[in-house]
Write a protein that binds this ligand. Structure first.
Ligand code: NAG
Ligand code: NAG
Length: 347
């Protein structure tokens, strides 16, 4: 069964058209959406909707370009760092998602189907992004080695500690490894909850000794579920909206899954911030998942997720993984020139 939010129902195209005109005359309307308190994160006039939006996120103004850098073409290995206190059940959900990326035997709509859009990106030699994403080594940083409030720089120190640990250090794999720092629900990270739920970058050789692509994603369950676990939690300033029931019974972690998907897709297509992105500003690139944030199904845009699936137990999801279901945002297809995902209805 397909479902979306019941209030408001997806607007008819006529309503959408006039709403879009009204809004775009007031402010540059970003295709990507999250319920930030002031909704002012994006100020990029490059990404306004056209007056008639035929496909999710599509716009003549989106100019996603290749900037000659590398993509991750060989078997991608995700090494996780569990920072702070994590339950076994929480780790299982996240491992289950990462393992599902390459699980092509899972029936549609699948996580592997979602990854196929990412695989369409190539480097200048024409090599596609790897179809394989596997779990690598894991490191537990149970005792908050760098405290409960991290900055972008101390995040790099956490990664350095993990790769230089005297017992079971994480392997150093700059070519096809990515490092996923996952912070527990009592950890604050710079800009968390006000403008980001996660981000990716690469480590600096001067700090860490190597250039390693990494991402941080935080569990927002205690700090800001209405922002970072939306639509499984809804902030008070959006009235009359019931949260969706999360598919794995953990609002914070189910909310993280979409952010982890977002960051892995961008790490694969833009690992060193010089490959695939839109916009003029390489210090504020708009990447393949940024363009589709908040879009989970056909018709999605603004606070409307688009058409998603109802699990029968009342849980909402849009793709299947190995023995689990997940709700993961779509990503931009440079072939189609709009956002797409495995549960798309109309193509
Ligand atoms: C957004 O754009 C407006 C108008 O161009 C500008 O005045 C404002 O400073 C910008 N805000 C940010 C956060 O860049
Ligand atoms: C590789 O990329 C090209 C160009 O985008 C695309 O046409 C092709 O389908 C991709 N191959 C795979 C296996 O995804």
């Amino acid at each position: 069964m397909w479902k979306g939010f019941s209030t408001p129902s997806p607007p008819s195209s006529v309503v959408l058209l006039s709403l879009t005109i009204v809004l775009s005359s007031l402010l540059p309307l970003a295709a990507a959406w999250r319920p930030w308190p002031q909704n002012n994160k994006m100020n990029a006039t490059d990404y306004v909707f056209e007056d008639s939006k035929k496909f999710e996120g599509s716009s003549e103004f989106v100019k996603l370009r290749y900037h000659m850098g590398p993509v991750l073409t060989s078997r991608i290995t995700a090494h996780t760092i569990w920072y702070g206190k994590w339950e076994r059940s929480q780790k299982k959900i996240i491992r289950g998602f990462i393992n599902s990326i390459s699980a092509t035997e899972v029936p549609r709509p699948s996580v592997a189907g979602w990854w196929r859009t990412v695989q369409q990106y190539t480097d200048q030699t024409g090599s596609n992004i790897s179809r394989t994403v596997q779990l690598g080594e894991e490191k537990n940083d149970r005792f908050y080695s760098h405290g409960k409030s991290l900055t972008r720089l101390t995040i790099q120190s956490v990664i350095k500690s993990a790769i230089t640990a005297t017992t079971k250090p994480l392997p150093i794999n700059p070519k096809s490894g990515l490092y996923l720092l996952l912070t527990a629900d009592d950890v604050f990270v710079q800009d968390f909850c006000t403008s980001v739920c996660g981000f990716h970058y690469f480590t600096f050789p001067s700090l860490v000794g190597y250039t390693l692509p990494y991402a941080w994603v935080g569990n927002s369950a205690k700090l800001c579920p209405g922002q970072c676990a939306y639509p499984f939690a809804v902030p008070a300033f959006i009235p009359n909206r019931k949260p969706f029931k999360s598919p794995n019974g953990d609002v914070g972690v189910d909310g993280m899954i979409s952010v982890i998907g977002h960051e892995i897709a961008e790490l694969a297509t833009n690992p060193l911030a010089n490959t695939w992105y839109a916009g003029q500003d390489p210090t504020f690139p708009v990447e393949i998942a940024d363009l589709c944030e908040g879009i989970y199904g056909t018709g999605g845009g603004g606070s409307y997720t688009g058409q998603v699936l109802d699990g029968g137990d009342g849980a909402t999801y849009n793709m299947k993984g190995i023995r689990r279901r997940f709700l993961v945002q779509w990503v931009w297809s440079h072939v189609l020139n709009f956002c797409t995902g495995p549960n798309a209805l109309d193509i």
